[in-house]
Design a protein around this ligand. Sequence first.
Ligand SMILES: [Zn+2]
Length: 332
Amino acid sequence: MGEMHWLNKEGVPHDFFPQLKGYVLLSEKTAEALLAGAPKTLDQVFAAAKASKPQAFALSATARIHTVANTTVIESPNIVAELKGSDATLRDQYVVYTAHVDHLGICPAVEGDNVCHGALDNASGTASLLEIVRAYASLPKPPRRSVLFVFVTGEEMGLLGSDYFAHYPTVPLKSIVANVNIDGAPGVYFPMKDVVVLGSEHSTMSNEVNSAAKALGYDLSPDPMPEEVLFIRSDQYSFVLQGVPAVDVTDGVKSTDPKVNGLDVVKKWLVTRYHTPLDNMDQPIDFDSAAKGSVMNFLVGYEVAQRNNVPEWNQGDFFGSTFGPRHNATGE
Ligand SMILES: [Zn+2]
C-alpha cells in the first residue's frame, strides 16, 4: 500500500523524515541471521525493547540498504460546512465536529468479497454527522458559538485529513474551542445503556459530556480497553496535537437488554469484522440505538457552543501540558 503523507504549501510531505536514510522490515528468520555473532540474541533484543531499555550495539554482519521511492500525488478533499453562531461576540469561536469519510478500499477478500465497505467504520459516523447537521440546521435559533462540520479524508492512512485541517484550519486555530469526533456512530451494535467517552477525563468537556449523558439517561463507563489507546487513534487526536480539547463518544459496555453483554459484542466485532469486507450492510445494526447515540453527540457539541466558558484542559493533564501551548500559537 505504500504510505501516504499530506503535502504542505511548499509541496513537502508532512511527518516524513529524510534523515532516516533507509529502513527495512525483516522476518524473524532474517533478523536472527543479521544478529548472528552480535552481543545480544534476537530474544534479548525483544526483551529489552519490551522493558523500554534503549539499546544500540555493533553487528558483525553488514548490510547495504538501498531505497527506491516512487511517489504519486493524489487529491482527496475534506468537506467543511459552517453554521454561523447567533451570539455577536461568541460567533467568532467554533465547535468542530469531525467524521472520516474514507476507508481501505480494496482489501484481502473474505467470502469472495474484496471491498472494505466500512459500513460502521465509518459510514455510520458520517451518516450520523449528516443527521446532526440536519438537526442544527433545523434549530429555530443557531447556538451562540459557530459550528464547523468537517468530513475528513484519509483517516485510515494516518489521520491525514484531520491533521491537514488542524494545520490549515478554515478559521484561526485559536478560535476552535473543541472537537467532537465520530468514528463509528455510538450505539450501532446493541441497545446501548451507557457510553464510553474518550478524552472526557482530560478536560472540562467532562461537564458537557456529563450533562448530555444525564439528559439522555446514559450511564458513563470508563474505557474498558485502555490498552487499545483509542484516544490517540482517531481524528480527535489531530486536534489534541494542536492543543484543542476533544472527545470521541464511543460505544458503551452495557445493553438495556439484560441478555446482551455489550463489551462482548464490541470485542467480537473488532476481531471478526473490523477492517474487513464483513463491515458491510448485512451485519446487524441497531438504528434506534444509533439514533439516540447521535443525539448524544449533538448535545455535547451544542452544550459547548452554548456555555459561557470554553473547554479547558485539566490542571496538569499530560495532553494539555504537552500540546496546549500550541493552541494559542499562530500556526503554520
Ligand atoms: Zn474509523
